[in-house]
Design a protein around this ligand. Structure first.
Ligand code: SAT
Ligand code: MN
Length: 583
């Protein structure tokens, strides 16, 4: 297979000239191709088959121990003007960046196969879908991209018809962390990633294309590329509302996207559209619609069990690639909180010893096709996407943020999103548990200056009078002893119900300076072991603490300087004044 599109052929030729592979393989995405790659990877020790009886067609990949998470400190957005990348991104001048990374790519594929992966982000027949081609020397990347995107012949056909595509170049290099860069050239629709084989650094369709490059394009074209799950909530009367929620990495997006209604909620159904990324467009009626650009899940494994996420637990029992989990004596994959079996070999490939830390890496991952998920929505493939009733922001915060509140209007909602803060997780290399600002859960993923991004968000208020309402949730409030106040997981449906009731105008709320809060009686806690005092704590607004928070949000916004939209600053000042008046 080659291509009739000369720009694509010329690019592939020039990359081959630079990287000097032994051979070039154009991926068609077929089962036969996948079978061949998997058996080659098993022969080379890149993959090992897991217990075939309990985990048919499942494989384990153990990565280099220094290559287990995204590397924000080595991730760059290379726009011509530094200010266009903004204080939220590391920046390098594009020509310098190309020179630096091309020097690493020179000869890097000698002795290796160069794979050319045409892929489509979004349903193949959707007007909202976008195309890309990733060139990589990693068969593991090919196998993952096949699960995560629509990859192969159909994508190539659409690329040849449209003529435009995102160019992604990747090599695992020698995995030396000192020779590792993830570079984005949004003005050229190009990505270059060297020296890492890990998910978000190497599967270029995901964070690099579908968020960083896509957010940049979305701004120019009037849509949004967001770090959001998309879920359909069907009530016992058969009515479904669609909600999109932005939480930082490893804060439970996959669990919420696949939620199983608790026993108290018979007749309710939850449908998964996506668990990580949403592309949002206004249709001709002014309705915001969402598609999921991905076709699979790259989810955090530890903590997944029959109670926390039964859909995920079941779906990863077949056709799944596990990365950096442990194994049991009978070669089943094992992870912390699996609640079944014992670890024998840890994620480093050593005999398990509790002294050496967890058996599975805290950021170990499963890669699996969305079609394995029992709650996969029949509308997930709809080219026009689904209408969104509510947008929900959230983070992981021990204190301060209530269980749920609603923004006063769209503009205030943009402030709520911009002010999101969350404790850091193992999804990025670095310290875990430190609270940092993570606006719209996009801190690591926005491909341009946050100040411009907030202006873009604000501009939607002028384009539609049917925008979804905006909410903020926090499942992670703790008491003084560190115990979670809210049970979370399936019980989160109770909070989502309030959100939908608000959207449908079915329930009143309490107006406070930070937004609308539920009256305690409007969150159904029947059958839950959550006392009225705890509900009060979960739904209270500590005016003094919020004043400090709003000062801190104000300082954060000011750090964006002159490009900060005045309307956003004004929203922050209004909330602060209201807090001062109230206390
Ligand atoms: O960056 S990944 O997509 O690999 C996982 C995450 O951090 O969300
Ligand atoms: Mn994510």
């Amino acid at each position: 297979m080659t291509t009739t599109l000369s720009t694509l052929q010329e690019w592939v030729d020039s990359v081959a000239q630079l990287t000097q592979p032994d051979q070039i393989h154009w991926c068609d995405g077929s089962q036969a191709e996948n079978d061949r790659l998997v058996s080659e990877m098993c022969a080379d020790g890149i993959l090992s088959p897991l217990n075939d009886e309990d985990f048919p067609d499942c494989y384990l990949h153990l990565s280099d121990p220094s290559d287990v998470a995204r590397v924000e400190h080595l991730t760059f957005v290379c726009t011509s003007a530094q200010d266009d990348a903004g204080p939220n991104n590391h920046w390098m001048e594009p020509a310098d960046a190309h020179e630096k990374i091309d020097a690493l790519f020179a000869g890097a594929m000698q002795g290796r196969t160069m794979y050319v992966i045409p892929y489509c982000m979004g349903p193949i027949d959707s007007p909202y879908a976008r195309l890309g081609v990733e060139i990589t020397d990693s068969a593991y990347v090919v196998a993952n991209m096949r699960l995560m995107t629509r990859m192969g012949t159909n994508a190539l056909q659409r690329i040849e018809t449209e003529g435009t595509f995102v160019k992604g170049l990747h090599s695992t290099g020698d995995l030396d962390p000192d020779r590792r860069f993830i570079m984005h050239f949004p003005e050229e629709l190009a990505i270059k990633s060297f020296g890492s084989g890990y998910g978000g650094n190497a599967l270029l369709g995901k964070k690099c294309h579908a968020l960083r490059i896509a957010s940049f394009q979305a701004r120019a074209e009037g849509w949004l590329a967001e770090h959001m799950l998309i879920v359909g909530i069907e009530n016992p009367a058969g009515e479904t509302n669609y909600v999109a929620c932005a939480f930082p990495s490893a804060c439970g997006k996959t669990n919420l996207a696949m939620l199983i209604p608790p026993e108290s909620h018979s007749g309710w159904k939850v449908w998964t559209l996506g668990d990580d990324i949403a592309w949002l467009h206004l249709d001709s009626e002014g309705q915001l619609r969402a598609i999921n650009p991905e076709a699979g899940y790259f989810g955090v494994v530890p903590g997944t069990n029959e109670k926390t996420n039964k859909n995920a637990y079941d779906m990863i029992h077949r056709d799944t690639i596990f990365t950096n989990v442990a194994t049991t004596a009978n070669n089943q994959p094992w992870w912390e909180d699996k609640k079944d079996g014992e670890p024998s070999i840890d994620w480093r490939g050593n005999k398990y010893d509790a002294e050496n830390g967890p058996a599975a890496h805290p950021n170990s991952r499963f890669t699996v096709s969305a079609t394995n998920n029992a709650s996969y929505s029949s509308l997930a493939e709809a080219p026009e996407g689904v209408p969104i009733s509510a947008l929900v922001f959230g983070g992981r915060r021990k204190e301060l943020a209530p269980l749920v509140y609603e923004a006063k209007d769209w503009k205030h909602g943009v402030l709520v999103g911009a002010g999101v803060a969350s404790e850091t997780t193992a999804a990025n290399v670095g310290e875990v548990g430190v609270v940092r600002r993570d606006p719209m859960a996009m801190k690591p993923f926005c491909g341009y200056n946050f100040a411009d991004y907030w202006s873009h968000w604000l501009s939607f208020a002028e384009r539609s009078d049917k925008l979804p309402r905006i909410f903020h949730v926090n499942w992670f409030r703790q008491d003084d002893s560190g115990k979670f106040l809210w049970p979370g997981f399936g019980e989160n449906l109770r909070v989502i119900r309030w959100i939908i009731d608000r959207c449908e105008g079915r329930v009143d709320a309490r107006s406070t300076p930070i937004g609308y809060l539920p009256n305690a009686s409007d969150i159904d806690t029947s059958g839950l072991d959550v006392s009225a005092d705890i509900m009060d704590a979960l739904l209270s607004v500590n005016l003094e603490a919020w004043r400090d928070e709003m000062h801190s949000v104000g300082e954060y916004l000011d750090s964006y300087g002159e490009r900060l939209p005045a309307a956003l600053k004004k929203e922050q000042e209004t909330v602060l004044e209201d807090l001062e008046k109230a206390s």
